[in-house]
Write a protein that binds this ligand. Structure first.
Ligand SMILES: Cc1ncc(COP(=O)(O)O)c(C=O)c1O
Length: 500
């Protein structure tokens, strides 16, 4: 028999829902009833909603304390290391937030301010183009996956313009899941190519997959094993000789920032994840941004609007072009994220950007050197900003990657990415990023080593971990079988009921 409380860990969460604290009359600062102060004569009767919204009746002090207590249950990058591989959960300088937040007071009708913003965006584009060795770009992509989709639509349009029908995109098996999804949404079929035993794509393997139906190769560099694609120049040549395009998932740019440029590798089109590399939080931290950069021959297809100079040397938005793929986002993309990236690039300068990728690589390699003594390292190829371990040694004692991730929570540390990339069994994917000080790296390594010792000496303790966190160890299979997806508040008795 399952005890639901034990499974969900709710006994430890002492914080009830606001709606369960609700009692009529507690909230003394009511908003005026709808339309109390406004004449109703001009509004059609059937358009008036007389029901008050189901807002819990709680006092201000209860509400403030509720949310303050909830906020203390969080773990974020401002608390400690957050080594989620592939996600680049790094500390983002507060000065960038501060600068971006000033723009919120600008009104779109303020022409002078808008021209200044367009100038900033042009400068930002030029910076990205210089950093990546590309010729032109768009800033309107809203995320990494959105950038991928935009890039593939650009490639599709370029092929159509040439009168070519090509339906396939080749993608290595180490790719992020968004890669095949974006290609499929753009109308392509995807073909998975196996990476070599060293963890990178071999040109000799690629050769077997190339034919005249191949529109593009979508490759991530460095890939999700943290390995630089060592045969990229040869791969680019093969792809171009076939009349296909080389698309690069540039989400891992933080590993090569200032040290090597996708354009120089032969890449025709790539996207960046500003919410990984350029000063915005990734993963639930708010909107992202996925600028797309292209070589000159793809620039006519970039999405609208284009920022162009007018006769007076000022900037304006150009809204029409017969060659463009059209609009992909309203307004001017996620402007605050773009401004944070601009502030970040200017504050670091060329040397600072180079330092980012160097320290990200150094930090990851420090951890790899220490942890590969206690954990299985499936690929011995040199890695950059992240690396992948497995649970092979610990599994011999019945302790899995999931058990160790849960144990890390017990030690007050956010776990790394687990079970990704899919090419590695029991993967533990670690990306410390450049912003972690040595002391924090050491603390993480000490805890991981302790966990490896515990797995050998007392494997039974893992199954109840974490036991001290607000939510304890969940029975994930039970939870999947007994889905509770919504909370419904029944107004009549102000009771919270669970619907299945
Ligand atoms: C390598 C790689 N590609 C693509 C993406 C997708 O980016 P997004 O989550 O912004 O859509 C990510 C996200 O972390 C990534 O790490």
């Amino acid at each position: 028999m399952h005890d639901r409380k034990a499974i969900t860990g709710f006994p430890l969460v002492v914080e009830p829902l606001l709606s369960t604290m609700s009692k009529e009359g507690k909230n003394t600062r009511r908003m005026p009833a709808p339309f109390e102060e406004y004449p109703l004569d001009d509004i059609k009767k059937d358009m008036i909603n007389n029901d008050l919204p189901l807002i819990p009746d709680v006092s201000e002090v209860e509400t403030v304390r509720h949310f303050t207590r909830l906020s203390r249950l969080n773990y974020g990058i401002d608390d400690g290391i957050y080594p989620l591989g592939s996600c680049t959960m790094k500390y983002n300088p507060k000065i960038c937030e501060e600068i971006a937040s000033r723009v919120k007071d600008i009104h779109p009708a303020d022409k002078k301010a808008m021209v200044d913003i367009l100038r900033i965006l042009i400068d930002l584009s030029k910076n990205f183009e210089e950093i990546c060795g590309m010729d032109a770009s768009t800033l309107w992509g809203a995320a990494g996956a959105h950038g991928e989709l935009t890039g593939m639509l650009i490639i599709k349009k370029a092929l159509e313009t040439k009168g070519e029908v090509r339906s396939k995109v080749l993608i290595p098996d180490t790719a992020h899941g968004t890669n095949p999804a974006s290609c499929a949404i753009a109308g392509f079929n995807t073909v998975q190519i196996p990476s070599g035993k060293n963890g990178y794509l071999k040109a000799s393997t690629l050769k077997d997959y190339i034919d005249h139906d191949v529109a593009a190769l979508m490759i991530t560099n460095p890939n999700t094993l943290g390995i630089f694609e060592q045969e990229i120049a040869c791969i680019a040549e093969l792809i171009h000789n076939n009349g296909s395009y080389l698309y690069m998932d540039g989400a891992n740019l933080n590993a090569i920032l200032g040290t090597s440029r996708p354009g120089d590798m032969g890449v025709d089109c790539l996207h960046l994840n500003l919410h990984k590399t350029f000063a915005s939080p990734h993963g639930g931290g708010g909107p992202g941004s996925g600028p797309v950069l292209v070589k000159r021959q793809l620039s006519p297809y970039l999405p609208l609007p284009w920022i162009t100079p007018d006769k007076k040397g000022l900037y304006k938005l150009k809204w029409d072009s017969p060659t463009s793929i059209g609009r992909i986002h309203s307004g001017m993309g996620n402007l605050a994220v773009l401004l944070k990236a601009f502030a970040y690039i200017l504050s670091l300068g060329p040397d600072g950007l180079k330092e980012v990728s160097r320290v990200a690589t150094l930090n990851a390699n420090y951890l790899k050197a220490r942890l590969s003594k206690s954990f299985d390292l499936p690929y011995n190829t040199p890695t950059l900003h992240e690396f992948v371990l497995t649970d092979k040694y610990q599994k011999a004692h019945g302790v899995t990657t999931m058990d160790m991730a849960k144990a890390l929570i017990e030690f007050g540390i956010h776990p790394p990415t687990v079970y990704f990339p899919l090419v590695v069994n029991g993967a533990i994917m670690i990306e410390p990023t450049e912003t972690e000080p040595l002391a924090e790296l050491k603390r993480f390594a000490d805890v991981m080593e302790t966990i490896a010792i515990m797995a050998k000496d007392s494997p039974h303790v893992f199954k109840n971990m974490p036991s001290t966190s607000p939510v304890c160890r969940l029975d994930e299979v039970w939870a999947a079988r007994h889905l509770i997806l919504t909370w419904n508040m029944i107004e009549s008795n102000k009771k919270v009921v669970v619907s299945k």
